[in-house]
Design a protein around this ligand. Structure first.
Ligand code: CO
Length: 428
């Protein structure tokens, strides 16, 4: 696990991503779900890379691998006599058959950068913690931001009883993985970081969209991370014979649901940053010769600001009710708690902008439509994100997801500059 010399940081990052992608739950593609054998192997490799880079490593109760690049001896101290902590990181779990850079770039790039600083004998005036978040995508337990919720002290205790597709509870999975605390709630709560120790959280991430590619720019500064609202909709109609029930006398739950899906599409097409998706659509116990009595579907609605999203939701919920009434079916809309927009802190954005400008690059800003660990960390500290251009038309959550070594190199150099010139927020 030797890193190559300084001139090819970008290639090193790509090589490390390729190496990490060896550990997969599937043949011929990359799936790394929370606490599977592949996931544990990936965690071990990340821990080793952190140690090789000169960091002290610990693993917390949810499986986060946290490497600390200790501050210089003369670093300023907080009231408790400790140097404060700048945190960076992202997730190493993946979606099913995903890409190798989503999340992982935000771990491997800081590790490569720390290795560089360490080789050059450079110490920073603060602790730099690189966090490899164990779970962000929600693949195994159908709940996302599990790992960052623990670090942010926002873990939902109800989740311990939640089961995966094989009926294994989260508590059992944590115990089986032999993590410290064995899946006990107290250990998960004790793993929360003290916000008073933090200077902020910065996350490097592949853009997962085509905006930077379109503007022919390698890097962008994120303005805010779009909030999302998710729903489960259950439509209940009346089962009856497919051959004998006249079209005018049907209470077809699936046909009603289909009309509701088209409503989501048309309403969310009315504003540029507004998006709505129905990714799950099922007819429970459906059969080809029976009019559907039930249809369940999911809705995911996001927008550049909370008010725009809430206005769209109000219209859609009212529209669903109207469709149900007209068709003589019943619709129940259950709302999963929304995640509000997370604005990135201007004082951190300004410091990234200064680094880009000094290099003659435009300080291009863009919002993030996807959720990120920074969104959860925003609950306890100021956050910022640096986006790296995504190749192949901006495709992500897909094996075709790619970045170039040149862009990774540039991102690493910008990140080094950011760290070396980092100034804590000036309190006024
Ligand atoms: Co991600």
């Amino acid at each position: 696990m030797q890193t190559s010399p300084t001139s090819s940081l970008g290639q090193t990052i790509l090589d490390h991503a390729a190496s990490l992608a060896r550990f997969s739950d599937m043949e011929g593609g990359l799936t790394c779900a929370f606490l599977t054998p592949a996931h544990r192997a990936a965690a071990a490799e990340l821990a080793q890379r952190m140690r090789d880079a000169g960091m002290q490593v610990r693993v917390d109760a949810i499986g986060n691998v946290i490497g600390r690049y200790a501050a210089a001896g003369d670093a300023p101290l907080d009231p408790k006599g400790q140097p404060r902590v700048l945190m960076t990181g992202s997730h190493f779990d993946t979606v099913r058959n995903g890409g190798r850079y989503d999340g992982r770039l935000g771990i491997l790039l800081p590790i490569a950068v720390v290795a560089e600083l360490n080789r050059a004998g450079v110490r920073l005036p603060y602790h730099l913690d690189v966090v490899a978040f164990a779970e962000e995508e929600g693949l195994r337990f159908k709940t996302s931001f599990l790992a960052s919720s623990v670090l942010a002290g926002r873990f939902n205790p109800d989740l311990l009883a939640r089961t995966d597709a094989d009926g294994v509870t989260l508590a059992q999975a944590l115990a089986d993985a032999k993590l410290a605390g064995g899946g006990e709630l107290a250990a998960l709560q004790a793993a929360a970081v003290d916000p008073a120790t933090l200077l902020g959280f910065v996350e490097v991430h592949i853009e997962q969209g085509p905006v930077l590619l379109h503007h022919e720019l390698p890097l962008g500064i994120v303005t805010q991370i779009a909030g999302s609202s998710r729903f489960q909709v259950r439509v209940t109609g009346l089962a009856s014979h497919a051959g004998t029930t006249p079209m005018t006398m049907r209470k077809d739950a699936a046909a009603a649901a289909a009309e509701m899906v088209l409503l989501v599409e048309s309403r969310c097409g009315q504003a540029p940053t507004l998006v709505g998706t129905v990714g799950q659509f099922t007819v429970p116990d459906g059969s080809s010769n029976v009019i559907p009595a039930a249809c369940h579907f999911s809705m995911d609605i996001r927008a550049g600001d909370d008010a725009l999203r809430e206005a769209a939701i109000a219209d859609i919920v009212a529209g669903i009710e109207a469709i149900a009434q007209r068709r003589g079916v019943r619709a129940e809309v259950e709302r999963v708690p929304p995640v509000n927009n997370a604005p990135c802190a201007s004082w951190l954005r300004d410091q990234f902008a200064a680094v880009l400008t000094k290099r003659g690059l435009p300080a291009f800003e863009l919002p993030s439509g996807a959720g990120h660990d920074a969104m959860m960390m925003h609950r306890i500290t100021d956050v910022a994100m640096l986006f790296v251009r995504c190749g192949n038309g901006g495709i992500s959550h897909n094996p075709l997801e790619t970045i170039t070594a040149e862009d990774a190199q540039l991102a690493a150099e910008v990140f080094v500059d950011f760290l070396r010139h980092f100034r804590p927020k000036q309190e006024d």
